[in-house]
Design a protein. Structure first.
Length: 259
């Protein structure tokens, strides 16, 4: 089906209903954030990013129920099978994310539903974006559950993310994933350089002005992303330029703050 905005709203309503049915009284809240609320959601291309908060850390019975639910949802909506991310976290772990050792359960475009080993503190970028920009689809506003996160702490998390990006092997990723990485690192760069929270499109436009010699590369990433990875970044030269750009920007972002 063609995912026009009204259809995406209906899809979100269905997903929320499924999560509510799966968790019952253990569900506290569901938030949507990311491109859907940032203003650059592209029908047929963009992912949906959600956080579901439960009364406690989920255990095997709930995890099995949610796994079956997500498999059923993907079966009904195969065009969304690799474009949904839901992070499940207990309310106490979220409220004390800096010190909590509670485990997260995640389904994402790259991975099936599973428990993650990272501590909640490693997800500060997500918690910041949910708190500051997220929309409650169920339950109270995010500010009532997520402690305040200062901008410098958010930027520190971006710097850690940039170090991770710089260490990745990007030579063999798909064109669409390469374009996604280019645009994501643009957004990270603008946040660090200008203390501005922006969408990928806004950050791409800013980087095209900031680095005119690379404007063509950013434009290629936008076109590749909009095409679902079918146009662009399929030749060695453009891929090499994209990987070099990502690593150079990641290196710039991850440098220690002067002074």
């Amino acid at each position: 089906m063609d995912t026009e905005p009204a259809a995406v709203v209906a899809l979100l309503e269905e997903l929320v209903a499924d999560i509510r049915a799966g968790l019952g009284d253990d569900l506290v809240a569901i938030y949507v954030f990311g491109s859907y609320v940032a203003g650059d959601f592209e029908p047929g291309v963009s992912d949906l990013d959600l956080v579901a908060v439960s009364t406690r850390q989920l255990h095997e019975p709930e995890l099995m129920t949610l796994d079956r639910m997500h498999m059923s949802f993907a079966g009904r909506h195969p065009e969304w099978s690799d474009r949904i991310e839901v992070v499940y976290i207990g309310v106490d772990a979220l409220r004390s994310f800096r010190t909590s050792r509670g485990r997260l359960a995640v389904i994402s475009p790259d991975e099936p539903f599973h428990l993650r080993d990272e501590r909640p503190a490693e997800w500060i970028q997500n918690w910041f974006l949910v708190r500051e920009t997220g929309v409650a689809l169920f339950g109270p506003v995010a500010t009532s559950l997520i402690p305040a996160i200062a901008w410098p702490e958010f930027v520190s998390a971006i710097r850690r993310y940039a170090r991770e990006v710089a260490a990745r092997s990007l030579d063999d990723v798909s064109p669409g994933q390469l374009a996604y990485n280019v645009l994501t690192i643009c957004r990270a760069l603008r946040a660090v350089e200008t203390d501005t929270l922006s969408s990928k499109r806004e950050a791409a436009a800013w980087v095209q002005e900031w680095d005119p010699d690379r404007a063509w590369l950013i434009g290629a990433a936008l076109r590749c992303r909009l095409s679902g990875g079918t146009i662009g970044f399929n030749d060695p030269d453009s891929r090499s330029e994209a990987v070099a750009f990502i690593r150079q920007v990641a290196d710039r972002i991850s440098r220690p703050i002067p002074g």
